[in-house]
Write a protein that binds this ligand. Structure first.
Ligand SMILES: C[S@@+](CC[C@H](N)C(=O)[O-])C[C@H]1O[C@@H](n2cnc3c(N)ncnc32)[C@H](O)[C@@H]1O
Length: 298
């Protein structure tokens, strides 16, 4: 039996299984396989022959997952692919997966990225300002803070971070150049914002870090490109499940599903986004902002 480390609990696992409704022999695509929490739960239900194509843009996390499943009963049925879900259709074709019974997105970064990758995703660590899921991505957070214009930095802080002090933070970032580490950035945000902001419910650098991560990894555009391809690879009666962690992602998913429901292509299974239980949030604070939406392809 595969044992997940306490740090890497998959978010809303029971709800994912309920909405995907996996059955023996069916095939699924997990577009954000990470350390495999959801994929392995699905494989439990699809014994003996059902497969999961597990996609991740980060080759390092895929390597970790590969090591974890080696020698387990899941090894043969979990097919791992390194790539961006923005190219989902092409990747699914390359692996000759045909039409699948479900496609899952669990968006954003994993707790492994925050805690173990060393790439500057966390404002609680002192690491280089990288924030890339893949080293093939030419854009880093360090490049943005040191070379983008004040106006462009303010723009991403305002739009992707929904940061009320976007202007002041952008000004302080430009004034503080060069910034090399997460601590340099946290200190710039601290200098730019009033002291009451430092005592808030969420850490004062949360939104700045979120904005940079979204910009570095082109997260919203990738999602917009992936969703229509996810519907294409689904079989009739197949399910699309998306877990998002902030309102911009959730808006994209909501609008996409509404449009497709109007066209008669899908039936929406979640009128409102499904939220994690209080118990789950207590056990896994990362689940706090999760919202799950699901639809059935007609
Ligand atoms: C929230 S984690 C997934 C965790 C996973 N469900 C689990 O249970 O372990 C999201 C994963 O998506 C990956 N990712 C982010 N953007 C991606 C993209 N555009 N294409 C493919 N994978 C992506 C990240 O590298 C990360 O490993």
């Amino acid at each position: 039996m595969f044992v997940m480390s306490g740090l890497h609990l998959p978010v809303m696992k029971d709800e994912v299984v309920r909405f995907l409704d996996p059955k023996s022999g069916e095939d699924f695509v997990d577009c954000t396989v990470g350390l495999g929490g959801h994929a392995l739960a699905v494989l439990e239900w699809t014994r003996p022959s059902g497969r999961v194509l597990g996609l991740d843009v980060d080759p390092v996390i895929l390597e970790r997952l590969k090591e974890k499943v080696e020698g387990t009963e899941y090894e043969e049925r979990l097919i791992l692919a390194c790539g961006n879900f923005a190219n989902l259709g092409e990747i699914v074709n390359r692996f000759a997966f045909g039409r699948v019974s479900g496609v899952l997105f669990d968006l954003g970064l994993s707790s492994w990225h925050l805690e173990e990758s060393g790439r500057g995703f966390s404002f609680l660590r002192n690491e280089p300002l990288d924030m890339r899921y893949s080293s093939e991505n030419p854009l880093t957070a360090e490049f943005i803070v040191n070379f983008w214009s004040l106006r462009d930095i303010e723009g991403i802080l305002r739009v992707y971070g929904q940061e009320r002090f976007a202007r002041r933070i952008a000004e302080e970032i430009v004034r503080s150049r060069p910034l090399r580490t997460t601590v340099d950035l946290v200190m710039a945000v601290e200098r730019a914002t009033p002291s009451w902001y430092h005592r808030g419910r969420i850490h004062f650098a949360t939104k700045t870090f979120q904005a940079l991560r979204i910009a570095v990894n082109n997260e919203l555009e990738n999602l917009e490109r992936a969703l229509p391809q996810a519907l294409d690879v689904l079989d009739e009666g197949g399910r699309l499940i998306v877990i998002s962690f902030h309102s911009l992602e959730d808006h994209i998913v909501k609008n996409f599903l509404r449009e497709k429901a109007k066209e008669g292509v899908v039936k929406i299974l979640t009128k409102k986004p499904v939220r994690p239980s209080e118990k789950e949030v207590k056990e896994n604070p990362r689940a706090r902002s999760a919202r799950l939406r699901a639809a059935l392809k007609l």
